[in-house]
Design a protein around this ligand. Sequence first.
Ligand code: PLP
Length: 396
Amino acid sequence: MPNKFKADFPLLSRDVDGMPITYLDSASTTPKPRAVIDAVTRYYTEMGANVHRGVHPLGESSTTAYERARHAVAALIGASPQEIVFTRNATESFNLVAQGLGLSSDDEVVFPASEHHSNYMPWRLKAKTVLVDIDDEAVPRYQQLKERLTPRTRLVTLAHVSNVTGVVAPVEEWIAIAHAAGVPVMVDASQSVSHLPIDVRKLDCDFLAFSSHKIFGPSGVGVLYVRKDRFETLQLWNVGGGMVNYHGEDRYEVREAPFRYEAGTPNIEGAIGLGAAIEYVRAAKMDDIGKHSRALGAQLVEGLSALPGARVLGAHVPSDKRVALCTMSLPVPSMTQANIARLLADSHGILVSGGFHCAHILHHRIQLDGTLRASAHLFNDEEDIERLIGALRDLV
Ligand SMILES: Cc1ncc(COP(=O)(O)O)c(C=O)c1O
């Protein structure tokens, strides 16, 4: 049965060198559905004004559309709009918290050694990083969390879904353990938010971050969820226009959260596009997307594991704890994993990632000099995965 979502994505109908593309790189960034492209265009053609400043009708329309997007984000993750800060990307969301918490070099931040550089470098720069080990397949040894917590732990953070293994982490358990020790938790939802339903109240996390571009929205917009009471612990970081109610020579008065963390003109069209992307995934139903993602994930693991010599990361994790993302190392004489990715693109029009996926320490620890990652989404089907597996089978 043809995939009913594929036609919504104009990019997917283009070819590379005369070959139709098979897009298996959504973990890197997702293509955009027509509804998102139209929403961005509509901003330029019908509104085009700045937000929170305009005293004319165009300014009012821009502000309404921008704030509607904040409501859409909040509704998607079960938050209130006042708890949603728009940033430039997930990376900036981590940096905001790392700066905002006022960490010092004696403070400890605990997270798995498998984290993406964006959920690693900001803590490394400001505090002492304390790592939870990973196994030979790059899956964190989650049970180590308790022994890593000390009186100096200021934050625990982890990826809800790993961008390398596609494995879903036991975030609820980690949050319960950290909270029992009085430590707040930040969740990296970059790879989970478009695959799994998320409810921040049920999770009970303190901070959560993701990027618009990985959930079918424009790039240049990120989200930081801050539980309402946690704003008190977040110092100002990026300051300027738009975040003050009053600025006199003797004193200034900052706006309420979340606006005081959004200095300067924001990515208005990007946020509006994100709002449209969220409407799109909600119409597709997150539960159905999750089911489809797990099925394609299982197919990827099974098919890729059967290739001679393939080392598939996290293959032992059951399919209900994975999304449609699978990474492996495939031995092909005199070719790096990035070379293999290039060959798949050039000879078959199959687009995947090859390299370190912003996780150098993960790769060092499991002694792999790069890996090949295929990541599918709602517009992919079983034939796409078969095409990838067939091409790799021919290669090895
Ligand atoms: C797990 C994870 N965290 C953080 C990021 C950073 O996202 P961005 O580059 O959009 O800030 C990514 C992007 O690849 C990711 O996969």
